[in-house]
Design a protein around this ligand. Structure first.
Ligand code: 26Q
Length: 846
């Protein structure tokens, strides 16, 4: 039987075996065999090596992208299209094959071709490594964005770093996180193309000097630098069933040739190899989002390497077409900075324009200001990037001069607007004074760009009223909101093909590119037949997830239980501990026999802790320990389960979100900029239990209060409480909470590991707990009771589930990108014309 996952609803394609691209199953079989036998050099026993089969299939699919990719590039050049360059230190792409097949519209043909060769395609897809080049939300957002840009036919290029090691692999040993390096490129990467011919030179170190050229002009030269080469690796980004194939260009650091020679000639062989290795360190590893890693020199090298390589690349293309004429540069280009991580690009663009291309300060300043746009992703003041001036002077001396000068101009602008307001000057200065001077990168990003946006309504509003208040007062028009989204192709069509097929059967397939069409499902929420089908699809997704967990971790989950999911990075502000307090409360209820109308629940928590974040790592240990006690207690049985899901990543979420009943979004109000896991689960029919934080607020607005489990203090209330927050007093007044704390403090979950949770317990009992976990306990427990009441009424629950999916249309990145485009980028869609004879012929030699 063909694989369940890829049974689609369109009978035409299966009947004729010809895809919309005119590719048949037989074409695939030919191409696949050719790659498997001739290129990979294997015997024709396909099912014995799923890895090579996956490679061969990927190559057959990649062939279909190549000509479209070149045509797309040529079209942009020919049309002289205005272009956007999305600069990001992270692109959390996950797997590529299944997404490429979906966007090319060739899933059925490929599935059937593999089936005819005796291969279950699902098994192949599972062989692909995740490209884990990101930490979490910000990195995955970049990946969703470039998918939407290609689908909307917008000329947008992603620029990032090709880390040799991506996000670490998490293994759990004795309940604790152990990090293993993720050498994702070990077995090669069929999706990338190295383009050594476009390598660029990046300067580091050295010093500056004023020199006079033949025309008697003075130019500042940055000399005696230690250079590194940036080598681009390109990945094709196909739009959904259009002919657009955009580019993700990732830079790899490679030592320069002559730099080696100098040292070799000096006779210091070992030293020269060591410096070569140092140069190539730059793109060796992705930094985990870790407060302990702040201020690390290697991270600044990475940031500058990305900024300089990408800007030189863009300017190189420009001068090829326009020579040294930059009059129209700002009209034709825009750089979107994904947080402050690449924001050194502001100073670098000025350097390139002035020192390399001879523009005046004023001209360079204007062009920079008109091309740079900055997106902020955090409200936590401690997460704002700062770099010591001394480090910048040593590593990037010319850039530091430029930043000082930008700041000097800016300070006089502030002084002119608020004469005599010294406090304000100090508050707003890009340079923070103190023991050691530091560069405030967010301020550089705000001053240097024409647009500053937050990623959800509340977040943008809090930026304007709080963190960036002074700047908002000065430039109110610069500030705007762009609420995040997720791509409906990966997060519904591809990860949940059965639900996708039901939706398509019911309302047609327009939703895939126009997600608000899901609204049409509202009508069917009243239809019993439709509800039953919806319910059985959710159950099958749960069963699939259960089978996967059984195979992977040998754990048994109850398919009738409410699947209660919290998957995200482990952080105190995200309050995984609040979730655990609730689980302990349920455990306590069962132990006390308080189980009238019990609703079986399976609580799944997954996420990585930054390696140096002690509290986050302790939280994982707590989840593991509580889980052991609960899951091995015969009194508990099927009523309650708690499981930690190891190594949560993009492909993990693709399995989990179709199976989710309840989506936990329980951060302290005002702390989660947006959240995007909340959107993925909503789209797949999970119901949210959440605080009024980030995009939860907009989710609730869309779906209605009756289809959302709201709890907790608001952001205003949280701020008003500070200074008079007394968690111990709250505990004393709440019997349930008292028993929960008693279980924790008595060492019930760490009987042979005395005191290991003392610091976690102390943190939530502290009057200074910034996350106010205890303050929201009662309201959270009550919301969970409402969840149970709703789940007991299956009919009602399924209806809520349908309504959540039906109202998730706003959270498509297609909408987000359209907002970026109309508000910031101002691009025109560029359709790619493609001669049909190219896409029907098989490109490989026969
Ligand atoms: C900082 C210094 C040194 C090394 C690494 C970092 C670093 C790396 C990654 C700092 C932050 C990040 C990532 C932040 C992030 O993912 N933020 C999330 O962005 C999402 C997309 O906008 C939001 O939905 C989340 O609310 C936000 O937390």
């Amino acid at each position: 039987m063909p694989n369940q996952r890829f049974v689609t609803s369109n009978p035409n394609t299966s009947a004729t075996n010809v895809s919309i691209l005119g590719i048949t199953k037989e074409d695939f079989i030919d191409a696949f065999k050719w790659y498997y036998v001739h290129l990979l050099g294997r015997e024709e026993n396909f099912h014995t090596s799923p890895f090579y089969a996956c490679e061969a299939l990927s190559m057959s699919i990649r062939d279909r992208l190549m000509e479209r990719w070149k045509t797309t590039n040529k079209t942009y050049v020919k049309m002289e299209s205005r272009q956007v360059f999305y600069l990001s230190m992270e692109f959390l792409m996950g797997r590529t094959l299944s997404n490429a097949m979906l966007n090319l519209g060739i899933i059925d043909e490929a599935t059937q071709a593999m089936h005819d060769l005796g291969i279950e395609i699902e098994e192949l897809l599972d062989r692909e490594q995740d490209a884990g080049l990101g930490n979490g939300g910000l990195g995955r957002l970049a990946a969703c964005f470039i998918d939407s840009c290609a689908t909307l036919q917008l000329p947008v290029t992603g620029y990032g770093l090709r880390y040799e090691y991506g996000m670490f692999t998490q293994v759990i040993v004795n309940g604790e996180q152990v990090e293993k390096p993720d050498h994702w490129l070990r077995q090669g990467n069929v999706w990338e193309i190295e383009r050594r011919e476009y390598s660029l030179r990046i300067k580091l170190g050295g010093h500056t000097e004023v020199q006079e050229n033949e025309q008697g002009e003075h130019r500042i030269c940055w000399i005696s630098t230690q250079d590194v080469l940036a080598v681009p690796f390109d990945t094709p980004i196909p739009g959904f069933k259009n002919n657009t194939v955009n580019t993700l260009r990732l830079w790899k650091a490679v030592a320069t040739e002559e730099f080696n020679l100098d040292e070799f000639n000096a006779g210091d062989y070992a030293e020269s190899v060591a410096s070569k290795v140092k140069a190539e360190h730059i793109t060796m590893v992705l930094y985990p989002n870790d407060a302990n890693e702040n201020g690390k020199e290697l991270r600044l090298r990475q940031q500058y390497f990305l900024a300089s390589a990408s800007l030189q690349d863009v300017i190189g293309h420009w001068t090829q077409q326009h020579g040294n004429e930059f009059g129209n540069f700002a009209k034709k280009s825009c750089f979107q900075l994904n947080d402050t991580h690449p924001s050194i690009a502001i100073a670098e663009l000025m350097r390139l324009l002035m020192d390399v291309h001879g523009l005046s300060w004023a001209a360079a300043r204007e062009i920079t200001q008109e091309t740079m746009a900055y997106t902020n992703h955090t409200l936590l003041p401690e997460a704002l990037e700062k770099w010591p001036v001394s480090l910048m002077q040593r590593l990037l001396p010319r850039l530091m001069e430029i930043i000082f000068e930008i700041n000097a101009c800016f300070m006089s602008e502030v002084a002119a607007r608020w004469p005599g307001d010294i406090d304000r000057l100090n508050r707003m200065s890009i340079i923070e004074e103190g023991d050691q001077q530091q560069v405030r990168m967010a301020y550089l990003a705000i001053v240097g760009s024409f647009s500053v946006n937050g990623v959800a309504q509340l977040h943008s509003q809090l930026l304007q009223q709080g963190l960036f208040r002074d700047f908002y007062e000065l430039w109110p028009d610069k500030f705007n909101n762009k609420t995040n989204g997720v791509t409906s192709r990966r997060w519904l069509a591809s990860c949940n093909p059965e639900l996708a097929a039901l939706i398509t059967d019911t309302i047609g397939d327009g939703w895939i590119t126009n997600l608000v069409e899901l609204k049409k499902l509202e009508l069917f929420a009243e239809d019993t037949g439709f509800r039953n089908r919806w319910y059985s699809i959710k159950q099958r997704a749960k069963q699939r997830f259960i089978a996967h967990k059984k195979q992977q971790q040998d754990i048994d989950l109850n398919p009738e239980a409410l699947f209660d999911i919290q998957v995200k990075r482990i952080h105190e502000y995200k309050r995984q501990i609040l979730n655990v307090l609730h689980v302990i409360h349920l455990y306590d209820c069962i132990k006390r026999g308080d189980t009238l109308n019990w609703v079986a629940r399976c609580v799944l928590i997954g996420g990585k802790a930054a390696p140096g974040y002690v509290m986050a790592k302790k939280t994982i240990k707590l989840i593991s320990n509580v889980s052991q006690v609960i899951n091995s207690d015969p009194d508990i049985g099927d009523k309650l389960g708690l499981f930690f899901l190891p190594d949560y990543r993009v492909s993990g979420m693709e399995m989990i979100c179709p199976a989710a009943d309840l989506s936990e979004q329980i951060s302290t109000a005002g702390k989660e900029a947006s959240g995007t896991g909340n959107m993925k689960m909503m789209m797949n029919g999970a119901i949210t239990i959440g605080t009024l934080d980030g995009a939860n607020i907009e989710i609730r607005e869309e779906v209605g209060d009756e289809n959302f489990f709201l709890f907790g203090l608001t952001e205003d209330q949280i701020e008003a409480r500070r200074g008079r927050y007394d968690p111990e007093a709250i505990i004393a007044l709440d019997d349930d909470l008292q028993r929960v704390m008693q279980l924790l403090e008595s060492g019930h979950f760490n009987q042979f590991e005395p005191r290991i949770f003392d610091d976690l317990i102390a943190a939530i009992k502290s009057k200074d707990d910034p996350w106010m976990t205890i303050a929201d306990f009662r309201s959270y427990i009550n919301a969970q009771k409402r969840v149970e009441a709703a789940y007991r009424d299956k009919n009602h629950w399924v209806k809520m589930s349908i309504l959540n999916c039906a109202n998730s249309g706003k959270f498509s990145t297609d909408r987000t990108i359209n907002d970026y485009n109309s508000g910031i980028w101002k691009l025109e869609a560029v359709p790619v014309q493609y001669p049909p004879e190219i896409y029907t012929k098989n490109p490989r030699p026969s």
